[in-house]
Design a protein around this ligand. Structure first.
Ligand SMILES: [Zn+2]
Length: 463
């Protein structure tokens, strides 16, 4: 009697344990994968992100992601998760980013499928292959858009500007000129032929003459074509200058610059100066890069740019400045414009026809006006004592923008004048030179008919 009850209890316990094992380890719910985004075409450098969910109780054991093209499989990613006890890996949701260079993998162009295989730590009743948790059709397009450089040999000097003319396929979505770490956007829609594009670029003053300017063309799926732009770049030795800074100058400038820029109060005048000349300078350059985006896709200038009349050059473009305080060099910066001194509160005229894209306080530059002259070319007028134009104003060459002064980090009344190409400071002397402008810019632009009638002097201001 007792023995029979014992058997029953034992049997009952076995059934309960069996049910528990079944419930924990043999679950019928399959993992599911989802592809983020809705792109069905991938370029040479493919990027995906896969979300995986395993509703079962035993956790994910492995994930395998592969691209299937015809009868070939290309393994792209693999993840493994060890079981840490009876309850499996504990991983039931997962995001797997996948990056692959389909070119070096040798994936053929055309239709393919991204397959996601997921194993769990659950027991399987029958020995099946790893279940496919998701299969996503994709088309592989590894061919970059075509592009060529039409303009001839580009003769430049470090710190100088150039213009390139390019023919680019219509499937190109991004076109730019790359010079070292600098990128210059290319202007579309200037020429009647929509395949032709034009790009004003520069070899910035801090780039080595061995740099290779390159036309970079990219399509919607990230395929890239790089075409070298034939260039002869002459080196340039910039001047070394030491500037002495004294307490009197700092006491006059620093507290005022700090309150204007909303920076925290510095520990000492020198520390304050170093922050203004460092962080403050970088902040102003960031602002200029934003302003540079507001450029018209046409030429607004007519003839050479004008230099401030009857003025003396106090500092040149590219001067390597060392700042000395109490006999010690405390800072080094590069002077990215030209300092021109004339009379006190001299009238400052527009160097060429243009549109005011900035008018106001600009950190170390003080009260500043920036004019856009089209195609990414801009001029900057800094340290002004007054501003007589507003953003959006169209001005003709010579139009009075304001008066010279010593606002910002200026020690005396002068104009800080800078010429920029897509926000990068270049040597203004080239743009002041009528012959250089004609041969290096205007002649190249006029090789092909423009989409719109070219404006002549005077018309730019009308409307
Ligand atoms: Zn200056």
């Amino acid at each position: 009697m007792v023995r029979r009850q014992l058997y029953l209890a034992l049997g009952g316990a076995l059934i309960v344990i069996g049910a528990l094992v079944w419930w924990f380890k043999v679950d019928g719910s399959e993992p599911v994968a989802r592809l983020e985004g809705d792109s069905e075409v991938v370029g040479r450098n493919a990027e995906w992100a896969v979300d995986i969910r395993s509703p079962g109780r035993s956790g994910i054991a492995s994930v395998e992601i592969r691209l299937v093209s015809g009868d070939r499989n290309f393994a792209l990613a693999e993840r493994r998760f060890e079981a840490n006890g009876w309850f499996g890996s504990g991983v039931d949701a997962l995001r797997v980013p996948v990056e692959a260079d389909l070119g070096s993998l040798g994936v053929p162009e055309g239709p393919a499928a991204l397959e996601v295989l997921v194993e769990t730590h659950g027991w399987r009743l029958f020995d099946r292959p790893a279940p496919i948790a998701g299969r996503f059709p994709q088309v592989v397009d590894r061919t970059p858009p075509s592009g060529e450089v039409i303009s001839d040999q580009h003769n430049l000097r470090v710190g100088g500007s150039a213009i390139g003319i390019f023919r680019v396929a219509p499937d190109a979505t991004d076109v730019e000129v790359v010079v070292g770490n600098y990128r210059f956007p290319v202007t579309r829609g200037y020429f009647r032929d929509p395949a032709l594009m034009l790009g004003v670029f520069a070899v910035p003053q801090d780039v080595l003459p061995s740099v290779q300017p390159t036309l970079r063309v990219r399509d919607a799926v990230g395929n890239i074509l790089d075409v070298p732009i034939r260039s002869d770049i002459r080196p340039r030795q910039f001047r070394e200058r030491t500037l002495r800074i004294g307490d009197q100058f700092l006491a006059r400038k620093i507290p005022q610059l700090y309150s204007a820029q909303g920076l925290g109060v510095p520990g000492s005048l020198l520390e304050g100066y170093l922050r203004v000349n460092g962080e403050g300078r970088r902040e102003s350059e960031k602002r200029l890069a934003e302003v540079a985006g507001k450029t018209e896709p046409r030429v607004l200038w007519s003839g050479a740019f004008r230099r401030l009349a009857r003025s003396e050059t106090m500092s040149e473009f590219g001067d390597r400045r060392s700042y000395s305080y109490e006999g010690k060099i405390v800072d080094k910066q590069t002077h990215l414009g030209v300092d021109l001194a004339s009379l006190k509160r001299a009238e400052i005229g527009a160097a060429q026809n243009g549109v005011v894209v900035f008018a106001g306080d600009l950190g170390i530059y003080g009260a500043t006006v920036v004019l856009d002259h089209g195609l990414g070319v801009a001029t900057l007028y800094g340290h002004l004592s007054s501003i007589e134009v507003a953003v959006g104003d169209r001005v003709e060459v010579g139009h009075i923008l304001g008066r010279s002064g010593e606002s910002g980090l200026a020690g005396g009344d002068h104009l800080h004048f800078s010429t920029m190409v897509h926000g990068v400071h270049v040597d203004p002397a080239e743009w002041w030179d009528a012959k250089w402008l004609r041969d290096h810019v205007d002649a190249k632009i006029s090789t092909f008919p423009p989409a719109h009638t070219v404006l002549t002097e005077g018309e730019a201001d009308g409307q």
